[in-house]
Design a protein around this ligand. Structure first.
Ligand SMILES: [Cu+2]
Length: 149
């Protein structure tokens, strides 16, 4: 009798642990390609990252935050050319259709990386975490490369 109660208790614990770990493993169903951060002069207060983000799921994915230990903040920007003038607009979110992709490339969209917390040069890598509106996230290692014009 006592033994049965103990067994149930252990099963209950095991079930609970499984539930907890599946919550923590809420990994966003996205992948990235061609990701790089452009090396900038050490005095630079901003850096720029380019990447292609793939949505590997059957649902649209909305990315609402990017963060990194290496920077104070990351914004989603796009360079707009109008009447011969270039200006930058920022977006709150990036929306990627089901099984679609979004390319952030030189001259267009990019991640604006503010206030590098340590000197970063070509050959270094930086972890960037992308968060989605359905409370999933994924961290990617992005290399710093010599600026390519
Ligand atoms: Cu920008």
């Amino acid at each position: 009798m006592n033994k049965n109660i103990l067994c149930s208790f252990i099963f209950l614990l095991a079930g609970f642990a499984g539930f907890t770990s599946s919550l923590q493993a809420n990994e966003a169903n996205i992948s990235i390609e061609d990701a790089w951060i452009a090396e900038a002069p050490p005095v630079s207060k901003v850096m720029v990252a380019y990447l292609t983000i793939n949505n590997d799921s059957d649902e649209k994915i909305t990315i609402n935050k990017a963060e990194s230990d290496a920077y104070s903040k990351i914004e989603f920007h796009e360079t707009i050319h109008e009447n011969g003038m270039a200006s930058m607009v920022s977006y709150e979110t990036l929306i990627i259709p089901a099984h679609g992709r979004m390319r952030l490339e030189r001259g267009g969209a990019h991640f604006m990386l503010f206030n590098p917390k340590r000197p970063l040069k070509a050959g270094d890598t930086v972890d960037i975490t992308l968060h989605t509106t359905n409370h999933a996230s994924r961290t990617f290692s992005v290399p710093v490369k010599k600026n390519q014009y």
